[in-house]
Design a protein around this ligand. Structure first.
Ligand SMILES: C[S@@+](CC[C@H](N)C(=O)[O-])C[C@H]1O[C@@H](n2cnc3c(N)ncnc32)[C@H](O)[C@@H]1O
Length: 229
């Protein structure tokens, strides 16, 4: 039987190798359309801090910064973090921070290390979370652990804009994994009020998924408002 520690090591190795091999088909060159359409729903003040879990080198962090927010990502891969800064013409400062390496430029910080090593101190200024391709990057056995950890370290009354996708899981092995709106509800209902903002079939716009034999691809944007504890 494989223990938790060796499973975590092989998951880490999987993502680090993907970045080393440049297998980053999940990376979007533009800004995510749901972010553009729905971010205003959170009614955040400009000076709020936004946490971006499993951030990769997402350009969405630049857009969030352009809205005035301080941005804080967490990402396993140093290659991804360095690429984010260099590809966007930013020269980061770095220092060790506990089990993480902290990279920062222009009020965008990426903590390089494992999401599961984050603590409440790391999240103390956070008012909102933007999750695109984070929850769906995790296998089923890890998702409740991810949500429990996230909600344990976040301050109370935090808002989360979550984008998820659903497809017949037997048609493809993830990641990305299929995470339906019903599963999101089951994962978060103990912690947060849940509003489905939009749900669309997006298979026609996703040749990458069509090529993998997927017969249905549904994207949902969900707004979560965590309860006071
Ligand atoms: C599917 S990608 C999504 C990246 C980004 N959110 C985007 O929209 O482009 C998932 C990312 O999570 C990172 N990752 C996976 N497990 C992680 C963990 N436990 N802690 C921190 N980052 C992790 C991977 O290295 C990868 O860059």
């Amino acid at each position: 039987m494989i223990d938790d520690n060796s499973q975590a090591q092989s998951r880490t190795a999987y993502w680090l190798e993907r970045w080393e091999r440049n297998e980053t088909g999940f990376h979007q060159t533009g800004i995510n359309p749901y972010l553009l359409e729905f971010w205003h729903e959170l009614q955040l003040s400009r000076d709020s801090t936004v946490f971006v879990p499993l951030c990769g080198k997402s350009h969405d962090m630049l857009w969030l910064r352009q809205q005035g927010h301080t941005v804080q990502g967490v990402e396993l891969s140093t290659t991804a973090a360095q690429a984010f800064f260099s590809e966007n013409g930013l020269i980061p400062q770095s220092h060790a921070h506990g089990r993480f390496m902290h990279w920062e430029a222009n009020d965008i910080a990426i903590l390089c290390g494992d999401f599961f090593d984050l603590g409440t101190q790391d999240m103390r200024n956070v008012s909102a979370v933007y999750d695109r391709a984070a929850l769906v990057a995790l296998p089923p056995d890890l998702r409740q652990r991810y949500v429990d950890h996230l909600l344990r370290i976040l301050p109370e009354n935090t808002q989360i804009l979550l984008i998820t996708l659903d497809y017949p899981q037997h048609e493809m092995t993830g990641p990305p994994f299929a995470v339906s709106f019903n599963e999101v509800t089951a994962l978060f209902q103990a912690y947060a009020g849940i509003t489905l903002l939009s749900q669309h079939n997006v298979l026609a716009q996703n040749p990458r998924f069509q090529a993998r034999g997927i017969s249905r691809l549904e994207e949902s944007a969900v707004l979560l408002k965590t309860f006071a504890r």
